[in-house]
Write a protein that binds this ligand. Structure first.
Ligand code: PEP
Ligand code: MG
Length: 838
């Protein structure tokens, strides 16, 4: 006689490794033979082997007949029935556990237990390098270095004037070899050197018996006080420039005095930790050795920050208050993407980041190989992807990154931080340079967007209480008509050498557009009179930044050739939330249905008038919102050069039709939280059907040290093979299963597995390691990872899992796979096993 137990499986995921382990352990405490027979699959297994149990392919609601025979069969039967009940309950509670750690870090990074300091991102990217610590000198310290004597008024004045003259000459020479942002900054410095108030103050101090050295310091302190008192963050950040120039001037006045910190030498790849880094010092750095920067006292709009971004140097600022002081020459990790500094990385952290850098570099290479193709959705809709630039220097990078034009040239940068505006010839030359780089692709010159929070000293515009609502952009043109005409003339002259367009910022009414047209026509008349060539048909468009334009598209479209949404400003004006004020950040909401409806309305209105519409604010590079922008029907997206390869590759993977459907859903929602939710993993990507197993998902001879490294390596590889768009979330799903129970199945094998929304094609990945690693309680050197699409029918997941588990029980299979030394051999063995089994 034997005992029999009929069990209808209550586990949603079937009998996978964790419950099988529980059953195996209990059964092995009895002497009775216990066999488990799945009535659906017809497979019978010894319940004392977890692997064999998994091999029965027992799924949710499968009926199983368990036969127990031996002396203690009755006890075994009672306890097994009890256990089967309990594991069903445990299974439910397991999924509700939430670990008590910083969940904003990717799971695979959390596994390395990094000890980090949070900061604010200035420029993304990752750097692993030794620290170079630079402490800036304060005015107090400088004063203590001042010589004590006073050579008399005449001699001290001569010393000061000679110093100024030498510095001026040096700057002028530097200007000859500089271009782009670097040139802008040298010009800014030159304007401080030439500043009459500064020179006047120094002279006054000298007359009051201060020697030239001390007088310069006192004048600089007074100058900085004025800047620091400004309500504009931008102006405050110019203090660094004054400090920079002061140091340079002092070294010219008294070369005997050793000024600390005059030049930072980088002898190897380094992360520079500086409490304040002036743009001048930044420019003097050897960029080939500058891996990253950790800065304090550096605002996001400071020149140093702008330079770091334009050169793609990972940089963070505003470290948490209790940040320790840093030692020089220490290996550090700087994660500009997450805004973290890891000052003493462990080996595990270093290995994590190295592997992350390797994967991202490979992905970037793949994308760069494709950027030459025009951006088109998978179902054939063309969307122009253009670049935003701030100087001619950035044009080359934009086009090598795949820009199909310049969608926004912020021309005002060339007007800022200088004593006088650039000349028409200077501008024309700059514009021709960009147009030539564009090689007949369009370049949109946005006419100067200054005033308000971007003051130009030489225009003498009074500070205002509400600069963003005040006298800026188009609103100042009538007063400074010569400046506006000069710029228009330069753009027109440059238009003779390629494809130029003009765009006017901050348009609020049709009258402004009509006025701009009239001015443009008058400039054209002057050029014709002087026989200067230009593009007679040059297009003039408007930025859609002020909400009133939304409701004036029909009349404006009569005078404008195109529209481009300046989403940075449109968002702030729509929500009445200052774009630079972090306290109202939550109000400034690009995910809000109200904002999305406004954008959709704009696109429809503009198209109804037969015009095209682009978007050139930060939003254009937002990966989460991209399907909605495509769905809305934007004709052009313009963004920073660095974002172009990713955005082009994403566009190519999406279908216009699905994006349209998703948009309709989003527009009907009632909150931005709901919008975020549907964008979490939208179903808008093409699903090329890929085989479940392919050689590209097999990694052989890996030198990995733990389970986490294997999961990261395999999920990153799935990203490189275009089988997941979100390797971090996929890894998280794989880990969720490992958290319940390690998936080692014996004989040196592990089968990590998940059903996930983050895999586009169900895949079997394989990692064969050089040395076994710990996987839960077992040693493992062959990992077969199953990532199955959540939407897959028919419990594919457990089918493959149990099939592989059965195969692993077979010694021949194990030997064959162990003997296979190439990807191709491993592929053949596993592919054969799968094809015969399913
Ligand atoms: C915008 O407002 O979105 C825009 C592109 O212009 P800026 O950021 O220069 O104001
Ligand atoms: Mg704007």
């Amino acid at each position: 006689m034997a005992e029999q137990l009929i069990y209808a499986c209550k586990l949603k995921e079937g009998i996978h490794a964790r419950p099988a382990g529980h059953i195996e352990r209990l059964c092995n405490t009895f002497s009775a033979d216990i066999s488990w027979s799945n009535s659906r699959t017809g497979i019978t297994a010894n319940a004392k082997s977890a692997l064999a149990l998994v091999g029965t392919d027992t799924l949710f609601q499968d009926e199983c007949k368990i036969t127990l025979s031996g002396d203690d069969e009755f006890d075994a039967c009672v306890q097994l029935a009890d256990l089967l009940e309990k594991i069903s309950l445990q299974e439910e509670t397991h999924t509700e556990e939430t670990p008590d750690v910083d969940l904003s870090l990717p799971r695979t990074l959390r596994e390395t237990h990094p000890v980090y300091i949070r900061g604010t991102r200035i420029s993304g990217g990752i750097a692993i390098a030794r620290s170079v610590v630079s402490k800036s000198i304060t005015f107090c310290q400088l004063e203590s270095l001042a010589p004590v004597g006073y050579l008399g008024e005449k001699a001290e004045l001569a010393l000061f004037q000679q110093g100024i003259e030498n510095l001026k000459n040096e700057k002028v020479t530097q200007l000859e070899n500089a271009c782009g942002v670097e040139r802008d900054i040298i010009e800014a410095h030159l304007s401080i050197v030439n500043d009459i108030t500064f020179a006047g103050q120094v002279t006054e101090y000298i007359c009051q018996q201060h020697n030239a050295f001390s007088a310069v310091i006192s004048a600089a302190i007074a100058f900085c006080d004025i800047l620091n008192n400004s309500s504009s963050k931008y102006i405050k950040e110019r203090v660094l420039d004054v400090m920079d120039i002061t140091l340079q001037l002092l070294s010219k006045i008294n070369s005997d005095i050793h000024l600390p910190h005059s030049r930072i030498e980088l002898v190897e790849s380094s992360i520079l930790v500086a409490d304040s880094l002036t743009p001048g010092k930044f420019m003097a750095l050897d960029k080939t050795r500058l891996a990253g920067m950790v800065l304090s006292n550096t605002g996001k709009t400071s020149h140093t920050a702008i330079l770091a971004r334009s050169l793609g140097i990972p940089t963070i600022t505003d470290l948490d208050d209790n940040a320790p002081s840093f030692d020089p020459d220490k290996l550090m990790v700087l994660d500009g993407n997450l805004g973290l500094l890891i000052p003493s990385p462990t080996n595990a952290v270093l290995r994590y980041y190295q592997s992350d850098i390797d994967a991202k570099t490979q992905k970037q290479k793949q994308m760069l190989a494709q950027v030459i193709n025009p951006a088109t959705t998978a179902d054939g809709r063309r969307i122009e992807v253009a670049a935003n630039i701030g100087s001619d220097l950035e044009a080359a990078r934009a086009f090598s990154n795949g820009a199909e034009g310049i969608g926004l040239f912020r021309t005002e940068l060339a007007f800022m931080d200088r004593a006088v505006p650039p000349t028409e010839d200077e501008l024309t030359q700059q514009y021709i340079d960009v147009i030539k780089h564009a090689n007949n692709q369009p370049v949109i010159f946005r006419t100067i967007d200054i005033g308000g929070d971007k003051p130009l000293e030489y225009l003498n515009i009074q500070p205002e209480e509400n600069p963003f609502l005040g006298y800026r952009a188009i609103r100042i043109y009538p007063e400074f008509i010569t400046l506006f005409k000069t710029q228009l003339s330069a753009i027109l002259r440059a238009s003779a050498s390629g494809y130029a367009r003009i765009m006017i910022p901050m348009i609020a009414s049709v009258e402004e557009v009509v006025w701009c047209r009239e001015v443009l026509e008058s400039v054209k008349i002057d050029l014709r009179a002087n026989h200067i060539k230009f593009d007679e048909n040059i297009e003039m468009g408007v930025m859609l930044e002020v909400p009133s334009v939304l409701f004036a598209v029909p009349e404006i479209a009569r005078h404008a050739d195109f529209f481009s949404v300046g989403s940075n400003d449109l968002t702030q004006y729509l929500f009445a939330a200052d774009r630079g004020n972090t306290r109202v950040e939550h109000v400034y909401d690009n995910f809000s249905p109200a904002f999305l409806r406004a954008l959709k309305f704009a696109v429809d209105e503009v198209h109804r008038q037969g015009r095209w519409i682009g978007i050139c604010g930060e939003l254009a590079a937002n990966l989460q919102l991209l399907p909605l922008l495509i769905g809305m029907g934007f004709d052009e997206l313009s963004m920073s050069s660095a974002a172009i390869p990713t955005i082009k590759s994403e566009i190519a993977s999406m279908k216009q039709e699905q994006c349209g459907d998703l948009l309709q859903q989003a527009l009907a929602l009632g909150s931005s939280a709901e919008v975020r939710q549907i964008l979490e993993n939208p179903n808008v990507k093409i699903t090329t059907s890929l085989p479940i197993i392919s050689e590209s998902c097999i990694l052989n001879n890996l030198d990995l040290q733990n389970r986490n490294e294997v999961i990261k390596m395999l999920t990153d590889n799935l990203w490189l093979q275009d089988r997941t768009h979100n390797p971090e979330k996929l890894a998280e799903d794989v880990w969720a299963r490992e958290d319940s129970f390690p998936t080692a199945v014996g004989y040196g094998f592990a089968i990590p597995h998940t059903k996930s929304d983050f895999i586009t094609n169900s895949t079997i990945s394989i990692a064969k390691l050089q040395k076994p690693i710990q996987w839960g309680e077992q040693q493992v050197n062959i990992i077969i990872m199953l990532t199955i699409r959540k939407s897959s029918t028919d419990n594919e997941h457990m089918k493959y899992f149990s099939q592989l588990a059965r195969k692993i029980m077979n010694e021949d299979f194990r030997n064959e796979i162990s003997r296979s030394n190439t990807k191709n051999d491993i592929y053949k063995v596993v592919a054969q096993a799968i094809s015969t089994a399913i």
